[in-house]
Design a binder for this molecule. Structure first.
Ligand code: GDP
Ligand code: IMO
Ligand code: MG
Length: 427
């Protein structure tokens, strides 16, 4: 396994946390390389449910080193809350490290995320962000005015850095949005203890990751969000502000592409999306409600109902291509139980009458496009107890075999329930 990427191949929430947790049992190191606490990765172990946002999903294994890499954006208050929550449940965070280069999400980022969304909502162009300050923090990083972890935990510089950044952002908050300025003194008083607590965890994690790779240890790169939310490859502007595609793992963890041996893309057997933006196979009828309820499709971070629709193989083929997937997982098959027919979108018929099979670069092409479907028989059996291919009903086998043919990448694992053991390896 050395150098294995596990990433979301749709619009997020595919079940990455479950699969990272499963593979982390044999891993030495798990690294997150992008995003922040906009992610919500669920790991179910027996009766316990862990909803991890920033902390890598290898944290439940005491021997596994868990790294928040250079490309991640870190909300100090939130990560400490997460650490405290895990510690209270008896999970040790002693082997958790944060890269010195990671940028901090600070109160003005949260404020600006909310103000920008409210402004856009006026003309119906809001993104539907998680309001965790992700976009504004990555904006500051690109603008080269951000606060990095090494600045934040520097006891001598802390106050100056916060005061200067807050003053600059207050000019935007008051000048552009006409909102009230933030109180730098209050922020300094609240955040100084956070800096003190985080200081021992902050280091150059790229050395740890590199040494692990070099020594042939098992290293997992944990994707957050999903391919179609990628800043470049996703449905821009309805995307997140980082790079969930496979290439983002290298940039955001500080190791070269040669560190990676395999890239596993996680799909659900249907599609979901949270927030705004195009979604060609979205269902607005009772089948969409059925899938939402059966799959428990409500946001891990925001609690928002997820939009639901049929499996989109145009998206899937695109994800195989832009990530260079070596294999695919079809997760969450069990929620489809009870549906008479299962549909898979194989092409889009555009408004101008043209039919396309490649995912378009301009999301406007997707507006009012009509999905072209292939149809398969559904299943009525409870498959949550199945652990081998031969135990699956024939119609499920046909559905998976068809998906593999249509998307053109080996399907190696299936998910049939939220628990660690509700998976099967089929190749
Ligand atoms: P992630 O962000 O990709 O880690 O996924 P989330 O945790 O946000 O969302 C996946 C949800 O589906 C969680 O509530 C999981 O517990 C649940 N889940 C994961 N795999 C399965 C599965 O195979 N079947 C069912 N029914 N639920 C699953
Ligand atoms: P995991 O890792 C699903 C979506 C938001 C919004 C858009 C931009 O759990 O799969 P942001 O707050 O990032 O600026 O919001 O991206 N989004 C996610 N959707 N799963 C996620 O993470 C997401 N992280 C962000 O809903 O549409
Ligand atoms: Mg999630």
């Amino acid at each position: 396994m050395p150098g294995k990427v596990i990433l979301g191949a749709q619009w997020g929430d595919e079940g990455k946390g479950k699969f990272i947790d499963i593979f982390a049992a044999k891993a030495d190191l798990v690294v997150r390389s992008q995003g922040g606490n906009n992610a919500g990765h669920t790991v179910v172990v027996g009766a316990d449910k862990y909803k991890l946002q920033l902390i890598p999903s290898g944290i439940l294994y005491p021997n596994c080193v868990n790294i928040i890499g250079p490309g991640v954006v870190v909300d100090p208050r939130n990560v400490l809350r997460e650490i405290d929550g895990l510690t209270a449940k008896g999970v040790s965070c002693d082997k958790l490290y944060i890269d010195a280069r990671a940028h901090c999400i600070l109160p003005w980022h949260l404020e600006l995320d909310a103000l920008s969304e409210a402004e856009k909502a006026k003309d119906g162009t809001a993104i539907g962000t998680t309001k965790k300050g992700i976009g504004p923090t990555y904006m500051d990083k690109s603008e080269r005015s951000g606060v990095r972890m090494h600045d934040f935990v520097d006891a001598d510089r802390f106050e100056t850095v916060i005061r200067e950044a807050c003053a600059y952002k207050n000019r935007v908050i008051t000048g552009v949005y006409g909102a009230k300025p933030l109180d730098a003194d209050a922020i300094i008083a609240e955040y100084r203890p956070y800096a003190d607590r985080l200081r021992p965890m902050v280091r150059d994690t790229t050395i740890l990751t590199y040494e692990a790779v070099k020594a042939g240890k098992e290293v997992l790169f944990e994707g957050a969000q999903g391919t179609l939310l990628d800043l470049d490859m996703g449905t821009y502007p309805y995307v997140t502000s980082s790079h969930p595609v496979a290439g983002g793992c290298c940039i955001g963890s500080g190791v070269g592409p040669t560190a990676i041996d395999s890239i596993m893309g996680i799909f659900k057997s249907y599609t979901t999306r949270v927030g705004e933006g195009p979604f060609p196979t979205e269902l607005f009828d009772e089948t969409g409600d059925y899938i939402r309820n059966a799959g428990g499709e409500f946001g891990t971070v925001t609690g928002r109902p997820r939009r639901t629709g049929w499996f989109d193989a145009v998206v899937a083929r695109y994800a195989v291509r832009v990530n260079g997937l070596t294999d695919v997982v079809i997760n969450k098959i069990d929620p489809l139980r009870g549906l008479d027919k299962l549909k898979v979108c194989v092409a889009y018929k555009l408004k101008n009458g043209q039919t396309i099979t490649e995912f378009p670069a301009n999301f406007m092409d997707l507006v009012d496009c009509e999905p072209v479907y292939e149809e398969f028989d559904g299943f009525d059996e409870d498959i949550t107890g199945c652990r081998t291919w031969s135990e699956l009903p024939a119609s499920v086998q046909s559905y998976i075999t068809a998906l593999e043919r249509i998307i053109g990448c080996p399907i190696t694992m299936l998910g049939v329930g939220p628990a660690r053991d509700q998976v099967m390896t089929i190749k």
